[in-house]
Design a binder for this molecule. Structure first.
Ligand code: ATP
Ligand code: ZN
Length: 778
C-alpha cells in the first residue's frame, strides 16, 4: 500500500467518511495536528490551515513542519484529522498555516498514527484515546536510575580533605567521604540517601568539587533479570536446536517463498496440534524476516507463559529482543519500546500492547494462541489485537501469522473461505510422541457409587501411579478461592457482594471475597438473610483443591497457580520455573496453567470439572470449554512418554467435551457453526453490543429504553435486528447497574454507521452525561 496516497486515509478521516452523502460537499481546509510527539504532549491538539499548494499533499498521519509557539525554528507535527471552516472553534484569522510537508520517510510513528486513525474509526473511540493507545508515551515519573558513588580523591589526601571540610562545617560531606574510604567498591545511591542521609544535591556538588564520582545506570538494564531471572541476551546453555520435521519444514517453506517474493504478504493460520512445535516454526520465520532487515512482533497471551517462550527466543536471538510484560511499569514499557525505536532490538515479545512497538519496517506479526480472550482489550478502545495486527500488517506490508491448536471459530471460518492461508502441523514434534489417552469420567455415576470426593476413583488411582514413577501431574480447576460460594442451608441464600451482583467466594484465610471488585468480608456467624447459624461453603475452588490434594497425596509436593498466587511479585514466573525444574510433583491451577506450557515430565492431566465453563453464559461458552479442555489435555506427554488425560464431567455427552476428548477440532467446528447459524451469533453475523452503566438505576433504565427505541427506528432502514435492553449477565458491578442493547447485522459497516447515528441521538438525552456507554463489536 502506498502510504503517501491520501485515498488510503479518506475512509478513516472521520469527517470525510461519515456517510453524509446528500449534503453539500464540504471543503476541508484545516487540520488538527499533534506537535512533536515526544512526551505526554499528545494531549494537546492544534488547528492549522492548509496552504493552497499543499492541499493535495496532506493526509492523516502526514508529518509536517509548523511554526509553533514563539519558537523560531520549525517543529515537526503530525496531521490527525481534517476539519472544515464551520467546525473551527477559534478565530480563523489567528490560525497559522502549515509550513511544509516534512520530507521525512515514513517513520515508525507515522505508521502508528495511521493505525490510530483506523482504530478511531473502527472502534469508535476518540483520536486522543487512540493515540494514547498506540504511541509510546513517556510516563511522567522518570525512569528510576541506579547510582553508585565512588571516591575520587587519593587515599593519602583523605585526612587533609576532611580537615578542610571540618573548617567549613560540611559534616555531611565528611560523613560520605569517611564511608567511601571504607568501601572501595563504592556505595549505592539508596544507601547513601537512606542511611547516610545525604541528598542528591549534595552528591552533585561533591562531584563538581572533584571529591567523588557518580555512575548512573538505568534500571531497565537489569529488567529481564528481575522479571525472568536471566539477563538480556543470556542463554541458559540449552541451545537445543531441533532439525525441523517434514511438516515444520513445509510450513516454513511456504512462508519463506511468499516472503522472499514480497509483493503482497498474506495472512496465515498456523494450525498445529498441541506440542507440534509451533515455536520452532516461529523462530525460523523470524530468521527469514531479520535477514531482510525487517522486524518481528510476537504476541503471547499470558504473563505466566512468557518465561518459557522468552527463554527459547533468547537462546536463539540473544540481545535483539525487547520484552514486554503486563506487570511492567509504564516507564519500563517505555524503555522496551525505545529499544525498538533506537533499532537496538528487532523482535518484541509481549502482550497485545507489544503491537505498538515503534518499528519502522515490520515484516512479521505472530499471534500465539490466537483464540485466547486476552487479545481483546477490556478498556476503551476495546480493540481486538487480531484485527489491529491485521491492519498494522497491511500498513507495513507484513505477514500475519495466527497460531493455535484450537483456532477460534472466526479464524477457521476465514480459512474455509480461502481468506487466510492455512499451514498445518498435525503431528507431535517430539519423535515417537502421540496424542495422550483420554478417559472421561461421569461424575454422576461416581456419586451414585458413593464417592463424594472431588477425585474420581480413576483419577486418584492414576495420580498415585504417576507419582510412583516420579512423573508430574497437572490438575485443572476453573475456579479460584476455597469455596465457590457460601450459602445458608436453612433459607438457601448465598452471601453476595454488597457492590456487585455475584456471590462471594470463600478464601482459606476465612474471608469472603468478591472476584469482581475485591470487596471482602469475614464469614458471618449467622445468615444475613434469615439469621440461621447453619451456613456453609459449596463448590470447590483451587485453594480447597490444594488442601485436599495435599491430604490425599501426602508424599507429593504441590504447587498452585492462579490469580491469587500469581499476583505476588514474580509469583507466576517462579511457580512455572519451579515446576518445570521438577521441584514439585503436582501443579494445581486455573486456566493459567493450560496455556502453551511445555513441561516435559508431565504425564497426567486431570480436569476436575470440565463443564464449569459451559454454564458461564455467552454464546461462545462451548467454544471456550472446548479450547480449555483441548489445551489442558495438550499439556501431557510433551516429551513423548505415554500420557493420560482424565476429564471429570457431569455432561459427558456434550459435544464440546466429546470433541475435546477426541482432540477433534474439525467436528467441533461443524457442530459449533451449526449452532451459531441457528441462533444468529458471530461469526455468522456481526453484533454491536452497547452497555449502559450508572450508579443510578433509574438513569440506566430510562436511558437504555430510549436508546433501544431510537435504535429500532434507525434499524428499520437497514434491516438490523435489535435485542434489549436487558440486564447484563452480572447486573451490578462496583455499584454500577448495567444494561445491554444488542444490534445484529450481517454487515459490519452498517453497524458502524448505525452506531455513529445513534450516538447523535444519545448525546441529546438529558441523562447522556450521567450514563456511561460502552460499545463493543463482536
Ligand atoms: N523438530 C523437532 N524435533 C524434536 N523436537 C521438537 C521439534 N520441534 C519442536 N520440538 C519440541 O517439541 C516440544 C513442543 O514444541 P512447542 O512448545 O513449540 O509446541 P507448540 O506447538 O507450541 O504446542 P502448544 O500449542 O501446546 O503450545 C518442545 O519441547 C520442542 O522443543
Ligand atoms: Zn463486588
Amino acid at each position: 500500500m502506498d502510504l503517501n496516497n491520501e485515498d488510503n486515509y479518506k475512509i478513516y478521516t472521520g469527517c470525510l467518511g461519515t456517510g453524509e452523502t446528500d449534503a453539500e460537499p464540504v471543503e476541508y481546509k484545516y487540520v488538527q495536528l499533534v506537535v512533536d510527539i515526544t512526551s505526554h504532549a499528545i494531549d494537546k491538539v492544534f488547528t492549522y490551515a492548509i496552504p493552497d499548494e499543499l492541499i493535495d499533499k496532506i493526509y492523516v498521519g502526514c508529518p509536517v513542519k509548523v511554526v509553533f509557539g514563539g519558537m523560531k525554528s520549525l517543529r515537526s507535527a503530525y496531521v490527525i484529522d481534517f476539519i472544515s471552516e464551520a467546525e473551527l472553534d477559534i478565530d480563523k484569522n489567528r490560525i497559522k498555516y502549515i509550513d511544509s510537508v516534512a520530507a521525512d520517510e515514513l517513520s515508525a510513528r507515522t505508521k502508528l498514527i495511521s493505525l490510530a486513525c483506523w482504530m478511531k474509526e473502527h472502534y469508535g473511540t476518540t483520536m486522543y484515546k487512540a493515540l494514547m493507545t498506540v504511541l509510546p508515551v513517556k510516563n511522567k515519573i522518570k525512569a528510576k536510575t541506579f547510582r553508585k558513588v565512588f571516591l575520587k580523591i587519593d587515599k593519602d589526601n583523605i585526612k587533609d580533605c576532611v580537615k578542610e571540610l571540618e573548617s567549613k562545617k560540611k559534616t555531611a560531606w565528611i560523613r560520605l567521604i569517611k564511608a567511601l574510604a571504607e568501601n572501595e567498591n563504592g556505595l549505592e545511591g539508596g544507601f547513601i540517601r537512606n542511611h547516610l542521609k545525604i541528598n542528591l544535591y549534595t552528591l552533585i556538588r561533591m562531584e563538581v568539587e572533584g571529591l567523588i564520582y557518580i555512575l548512573e545506570e538505568e534500571r531497565s538494564l537489569s529488567l529481564n533479570k528481575t522479571l525472568y531471572g536471566f539477563e538480556e541476551g543470556e542463554s541458559d546453555g540449552s541451545k537445543i536446536i531441533h532439525e525441523l520435521n517434514i511438516q515444520q519444514k513445509a510450513a516454513v517453506e511456504v512462508f519463506n517463498n511468499d516472503f522472499i517474493k514480497n509483493d503482497f504478504l498474506p495472512e496465515y493460520l498456523l494450525y498445529g496440534i498441541t506440542g507440534s512445535g509451533k515455536t520452532e516454526v516461529y523462530i525460523e520465520m523470524i530468521k527469514t524476516v531479520l535477514s531482510k532487515k525487517r522486524q518481528a512482533i510476537v504476541l503471547i497471551p499470558e504473563i505466566s507463559l512468557t518465561y518459557q517462550t522468552v527463554r527459547r527466543f533468547v537462546n536463539v536471538f540473544g540481545k535483539r529482543i525487547a520484552i514486554m510484560n503486563s506487570s511492567m511499569s509504564a516507564s519500563q514499557r517505555y524503555g522496551q519500546f525505545m529499544l525498538a525505536e533506537k533499532k537496538q532490538a528487532d523482535i518484541i515479545i509481549g502482550p497485545r500492547s507489544a503491537l505498538f512497538a515503534p518499528f519502522d519496517n515490520i515484516g512479521l506479526i505472530i499471534i500465539d494462541e490466537e483464540h485466547d480472550c486476552a487479545y481483546k482489550n477490556e478498556t476503551v478502545p476495546r480493540y481486538d489485537a487480531r484485527e489491529v495486527a491485521a491492519k498494522l500488517a497491511k500498513i507495513h506490508n507484513a505477514a500475519l501469522v495466527l497460531a493455535s491448536a484450537t483456532p477460534s471459530v472466526e479464524t477457521y471460518k476465514k480459512v474455509l473461505e480461502n481468506k487466510i492461508k492455512c499451514l498445518k502441523l498435525t503431528q507431535k514434534a517430539v519423535p515417537g510422541a502421540s496424542l495422550s489417552k483420554t478417559h472421561i469420567v461421569d461424575l454422576r455415576e461416581e456419586l451414585k457409587a458413593g464417592n463424594k470426593s472431588i477425585f474420581s476413583k480413576k483419577l486418584k488411582y492414576m495420580i498415585e501411579e504417576k507419582l510412583s514413577m516420579d512423573e508430574q501431574v497437572m490438575l485443572f480447576m476453573n475456579r479460584r478461592g476455597y469455596s465457590n460460594f457460601v450459602s445458608c442451608r436453612s433459607c438457601g441464600e448465598a452471601i453476595k457482594c454488597k457492590h456487585c451482583d455475584v456471590s462471594l467466594t470463600l478464601h482459606k484465610d476465612g474471608r469472603l471475597r468478591c472476584h469482581y471488585c475485591g470487596y471482602s468480608l469475614a464469614v458471618p456467624d449467622k445468615c444475613p438473610a434469615c439469621g440461621s447459624g447453619y451456613i456453609a461453603g459449596f463448590g470447590i475452588g483451587t485453594q480447597q483443591l490444594e488442601t485436599i490434594t495435599k491430604k490425599m497425596f501426602p508424599q507429593a509436593c504441590v504447587l498452585r497457580l492462579d490469580t491469587d498466587t500469581a499476583s505476588k511479585k514474580h509469583g507466576a514466573v517462579s511457580i512455572i520455573k519451579d515446576f518445570s525444574e521438577h521441584k514439585a510433583d503436582i501443579l494445581i491451577g486455573t486456566q493459567m496453567i493450560v496455556k502453551g506450557h511445555d513441561f516435559s515430565n508431565v504425564s497426567l492431566v486431570g480436569i476436575m470439572a470440565a463443564d464449569t465453563s459451559l454454564y458461564v453464559g455467552g454464546y461462545n461458552s462451548a467454544e471456550k470449554t472446548f479450547q480449555l479442555l483441548t489445551q489442558a489435555a495438550g499439556r501431557a506427554g510433551r516429551a513423548g512418554q505415554a500420557a493420560d488425560v482424565v476429564i471429570q464431567t457431569y455432561r459427558p455427552e456434550h459435544y464440546a467435551v466429546m470433541c475435546a476428548a477426541e482432540q477433534d477440532f474439525e467436528r467441533f467446528y461443524k457442530e459449533e457453526t451449526a449452532f451459531r447459524k441457528i441462533t444468529a451469533y458471530p461469526p455468522m453475523i456481526h453484533i454491536l453490543s452497547i452497555q449502559f452503566s450508572s450508579r443510578n438505576e433509574k438513569y440506566v433504565d430510562e436511558f437504555s429504553k430510549y436508546y433501544a427505541e431510537c435504535a429500532k427506528k434507525e434499524a428499520l432502514k437497514y434491516g438490523a435486528y435489535i435485542i434489549g435492553p436487558a440486564p447484563a449477565r452480572i447486573y451490578k458491578v462496583h455499584d454500577f447497574y448495567r444494561k445491554l442493547v444488542y444490534i445484529k447485522h450481517i454487515d459490519y459497516d452498517i453497524l458502524l454507521r448505525l452506531k455513529q447515528q445513534l450516538q447523535v441521538y444519545a448525546d441529546k438525552h438529558t441523562y447522556a452525561v450521567n450514563v456511561g456507554i460502552l460499545y463493543d463489536f463482536e
